[in-house]
Design a protein around this ligand. Structure first.
Ligand SMILES: [Fe+2]
Length: 207
């Protein structure tokens, strides 16, 4: 058994100029695929038998195996990220809107704070909306680090802020990439599902 590159839930041309086909070719087809291949190549040394991806991430962290941690965490992070996107965009509604209103004041205030975190994060990493206890919180993690490895921070929504996520379409203008996605390209229905605290499972896979 081996981990696989998950199918994208949309066409690589579905987002037009917001996320170009070129970006999908490199970001999904080369970067994400390389993380899958490197995770599989390192699996044999772990002695784990048919582990789930989330189990590999936790094992690598506990063993201090930075190479395996970085690659396996990036497989999961990217799998979750693609599910957070939708060419149909829209706005948060229902239970998700109520939760954003409760914990950030309004949907617009949530977007403003999330953008501040995402643009202010130094160098490579990921901006996150997580469930922390019974409240939503905004945070970010460096490089490949992931809420999968942080007990008590349950993943709800993410944006990739590595340069490889936006450089082809926005060059160095990370704030423009963040605005474009938050305004037009988020799958808020997927985000809303993760209020149940089971976000890790939605990008997990069997090895
Ligand atoms: Fe990425």
């Amino acid at each position: 058994m081996a981990f696989t590159l998950p199918e994208l839930p949309y066409s690589k041309t579905a987002f037009g100029d917001t996320i170009s086909e070129d970006t999908f070719d490199y970001h999904y087809g080369k970067h994400h695929k390389a993380y899958v291949d490197k995770t599989n190549a390192a699996l044999e040394k772990t002695g784990l038998s048919s582990p789930k991806l989330s189990e590999v991430i936790l094992h690598a962290k506990s063993q201090g195996d930075n190479g395996l941690f970085n690659n396996s965490a990036q497989v999961w992070n990217h799998s979750f990220y693609w599910e957070c996107l939708s060419p149909d965009g829209g706005k948060p509604s229902g239970e998700l809107k109520d939760a954003l209103d409760r914990d950030f004041g309004s949907v617009d205030d949530f977007k403003k704070k999330f953008k501040e975190e995402a643009t202010g994060h130094f160098a490579s990493g990921w901006a996150w909306l997580v469930m922390d206890g019974d409240k939503l919180a905004i945070t970010s993690f460096h490089d490949a680090d992931t809420p999968v490895a942080h007990q008590g921070k349950k993943p709800v929504f993410t944006l990739d802020v590595w340069e490889h996520a936006y450089y082809l379409d926005y060059q160095n203008a990370r704030p423009d990439y963040i605005d474009a996605l938050l305004d037009d390209a988020i799958n808020w229905d997927f985000v809303a599902k993760n209020l149940d605290g089971k976000g890790v499972e939605r990008a997990d896979q069997d090895g």
